[in-house]
Design a protein. Structure first.
Length: 276
């Protein structure tokens, strides 16, 4: 996995180094200086991105030693140590911000996901992410969702078919869209279709059904009716405006999945700092 992420870390470091490198550190810190620091969480949360943080330091100076105290997916208390960093002080300072940017962002995603996963843990429902990710960071952000106890929805447009309202409108209706999708899909390609109401859901099964149905912006009462109508013939996914306050009620309707876009597009970074 780290080979997949290395280009992202290199790009972030190059962005930070600019044309002249870390001119502050080079001016203030002797080249012989050694550092011994702790990456510490300022608030409680779930950790994700330790390998990426380690890579940030290693790409700047291979003599910097990154020693995790926790593993991705572990919980950390406020003030708790996440990792120790030892070695050439210049390398540590130069890589610090990129390492913390990745670690804080991914841990924020993992923390938010864990909160939802715990809220619905008394049900069989699972929380999944969406494609509403930061351009270029999708693989990392979806990894962070897994660290928080969630599952991944499709990674891109090519690994599953998701027929949404605009597809249906342009195809000429639910039956036409499903027929065309089945004719094109390979034997390993799943087909999911979005519906907004029970009449559309019934139409899906009249048209032969799908592997999964996305029940969009339905309240708990309608979701219960939808789950009963599906009767196990497809995976059910609830989506649209799900918050930590509403997740449990949605999950208790019997849906298999709840998809939450803000897990990757709007979460708060977990505050982690480097202390010498």
């Amino acid at each position: 996995m780290i080979l997949m992420w290395e280009p992202l870390v290199r790009a972030a470091l190059l962005e930070d180094l600019g044309r002249a490198g870390d001119i502050t550190t080079e001016a203030c810190v002797p080249s012989s200086a050694q550092g011994d620091g702790v990456l510490a969480a300022r608030v409680a949360g779930t950790i994700a991105g330790l390998d990426v943080a380690a890579l940030s330091f290693r790409l700047i100076d291979t003599d910097v030693r990154f020693e995790p105290v926790l593993a991705d997916g572990d919980q950390v208390e406020a003030g708790g140590a996440v990792a120790r960093v030892r070695g050439p002080a210049r390398g540590m300072l130069t890589a610090e911000r990129v390492a913390l940017n990745f670690l804080g962002h991914l841990s924020g995603i993992a923390t938010a996901t864990r909160f939802i996963a715990d809220a619905i843990g008394h049900t069989a429902c699972r929380v999944v992410c969406t494609r509403k990710t930061t351009p270029g960071l999708r693989a990392l952000e979806k990894y962070a969702v897994r660290c928080g106890g969630g599952l991944n929805h499709r990674f891109g447009l090519d690994d599953a078919m998701l027929i949404k309202d605009n597809h249906i409108a342009l195809a000429g209706g639910i039956a036409a869209a499903l027929q065309r999708a089945r004719a094109r899909a390979g034997h390993l390609v799943k087909i999911e279709i979005e519906v907004d109401n029970l009449a559309q859901l019934e139409e899906v099964f009249v048209a032969g059904g799908a592997d999964a149905v996305l029940l969009d912006n339905m309240g708990p009462d309608m979701l219960r009716q939808a789950v009963a109508l599906v009767a196990g013939r497809a995976v059910t996914e609830a989506s649209g405006g799900i918050t930590p306050a509403t997740a449990a009620n949605i999950a208790e309707t019997g849906v298999d999945l709840i998809s939450v876009g803000w897990l990757t597009h709007s979460v708060r970074t977990l505050d982690i700092g480097l202390d010498f």
